[in-house]
Design a protein around this ligand. Structure first.
Ligand code: MN3
Length: 240
């Protein structure tokens, strides 16, 4: 049983690495047996695929450093904690705090997943970042939004108008094979089911405030200069 699970996870992580879909969150080595029965994932902060200053001048180095090493790390730590507490609750058959820890798991798990994707769908301008999508990704955008400009304006508006902290996400919805744009509040609210995020922009203030202050629209406009369309296309292919 244990072996089967291990093999399954290994296969899963190889598929994730091969397809490059957003975060390679789980590998077999990161599965740990708990003292209380069952297993847990030892979640880890993924390395940035570029230097902190690589997205300058569109996103400044200090913001990237804090965002990755402090904010994203906090979501990883929070997710581990929430899952440990749920594991302990099962062992003790004491679910008095199940709502609290489930909520923490959703918030921090959402944060971990989305940030892991966020780093990957960006690249230094002119070195993988910026420009416009092409190939099958462009075809799919045209099919579902009319053209690239209409998609971009829809996505930008969604990002600008998120209430409070959140995200704009481009999802692939499996049930009708469409790309759709959604907003996310915090890291998880307003999520839809049967969808896979393939592109996202973080519009929490911590993502832009040092450089842009209250000018979120300016940040959103500049962010297009660092979008890694090749990665988005890979994410879409994996989701399809
Ligand atoms: Mn963030």
């Amino acid at each position: 049983m244990k072996r089967t699970r291990r093999e399954f996870l290994k296969t899963g992580s190889m598929m994730a690495a091969g397809s490059l879909i957003s975060p390679s969150i789980v590998s077999a080595e990161n599965i740990i047996q708990t003292q209380t029965g069952g297993t847990l994932t030892k979640h880890e902060l993924p390395k940035l695929p570029y230097a902190y200053d690589a997205l300058e001048p569109y996103i400044d180095a200090k913001t990237m450093e804090l965002h990755h090493s402090k904010h994203h790390q906090a979501y990883v730590t929070g997710l581990i904690k929430a899952e440990e507490e749920l594991s302990k609750a099962r062992a003790a058959n004491d679910f008095a705090l199940v709502q609290h820890w489930s909520r923490r798991a959703a918030f921090n798990g959402g944060g971990h997943f989305l940030h892991a994707m966020f780093w990957k769908v960006m690249a230094p301008n002119g070195k993988g970042g910026g420009g416009e999508p092409d190939g099958m990704l462009l075809d799919k955008i045209k099919e579902d939004f009319g053209d690239y400009k209409m998609f971009m304006e829809n996505f930008s508006a969604a990002a600008r108008d998120v209430e409070g902290g959140g995200w704009a996400l481009l999802h692939y919805r499996r049930s009708d094979k469409r790309l759709i744009v959604l907003q996310v509040e915090n890291q998880h609210k307003l999520s839809a089911w049967d969808t896979v995020p393939v592109l996202g922009i973080d519009v929490w203030e911590h993502a832009y405030y040092l450089k842009y202050q209250n000018q979120r629209a300016e940040y959103v406009k500049n962010w297009w200069n660092v979008v890694n369309w090749k990665q988005v296309a890979d994410n879409l292919k994996a989701a399809m």
